[in-house]
Write a protein that binds this ligand. Structure first.
Ligand code: ZN
Ligand code: ZN
Length: 265
């Protein structure tokens, strides 16, 4: 199988050297591992991501490992980019300078509200739940007006701390998925949600089933922030995809999508 979402210590909140992530992927028998480390262009002082100036080093490091491990495992290069409409030109320029395999798009911060970190207001139960869900989906819709990325990371990340809206937002989600299909984007099945209060993958079974109906494909990723987490919870995630009807999973090479059969391991 593959792991298409692993971080590196360049983002300042992940641990372990890059080679340890690759080694773990080899140990558990993966055929591909893709680094998808954070690139967040936001207000100065943001320390949760590599800086634009570190991108060349990051890309070169991956290339070295690609070569070193070429007979053992496929090592791929990607980025997890936070969406800020005002920085999309700058981001597109950076992406265009390297032959990345895949670019993921994420929303972790909404008008100053951090919806991902432990200890944030959102994690503590502050901020109005329905309001933040509405804001997230609105921003998501705006994000879909841009074309610099290939996959959408952790579609329903807001549920991480177990917070669920009173409103269903079914209509909005359905419209987003239709737009995603129209743009030929893929989603990722992100297994890190099993580590958090919500205790399920992103996205939920209901959304995976809707994606299957619409013929939207998934990559698969652990969102590992330490080497031991590579391939985490695949024993739960793969049956989830299969039971929704999927028999194939999306891979990327130089930003072109391919499909491989889902195999359990
Ligand atoms: Zn992270
Ligand atoms: Zn993320």
């Amino acid at each position: 199988m593959i792991d298409y979402h692993v971080h590196t210590s360049l983002c300042n909140h992940a641990e372990g050297v890059m080679e340890a992530y690759i080694q773990k992927a080899v140990d558990i028998g993966l055929r591909e591992i893709c680094f998808l480390d954070h690139l967040i262009i936001s207000e100065p002082g943001n320390k949760l991501s590599m800086t634009p100036g570190e991108v060349p080093f990051y890309f070169q490091a991956i290339q070295l490992f690609q070569h070193k491990y070429r007979d053992i495992i496929n090592v791929k290069a990607g980025l997890e980019v936070d969406f800020y409409p005002e920085h999309t030109n700058f981001i597109s320029d950076i992406i265009g300078m390297y032959s990345f395999d895949v670019i993921g798009s994420s929303l972790h911060f909404l008008d100053g509200v951090n919806v991902v970190s432990h200890g944030s207001q959102w994690s503590r139960g502050e901020n109005d739940t329905d309001y933040i869900y509405g804001l997230y989906l609105e921003k998501f819709d705006k994000m879909l007006d841009y074309n610099y990325y290939d996959i959408i990371c952790h579609f329903d990340l807001l549920k991480k701390f177990g917070r669920r809206p009173l409103k269903t937002f079914d209509k909005e989600i359905n419209e987003l998925l239709s737009k995603i299909k129209k743009k030929n984007l893929s989603l990722e099945l992100n297994t890190s949600g099993y580590n958090h209060p919500v205790n399920e993958a992103y996205p939920s079974r209901k959304i995976i089933e809707k994606c299957f109906e619409k013929e939207i494909f998934f990559t698969l990723g652990s969102d590992a922030h330490k080497p031991e987490s590579v391939g985490q919870h695949y024993g739960k995630a793969l049956p989830l995809l299969i039971s929704a009807g999927y028999s194939q999973i999306a891979t990327f090479e130089k930003r072109c999508q391919g499909l491989i059969p889902i195999v359990s391991f």
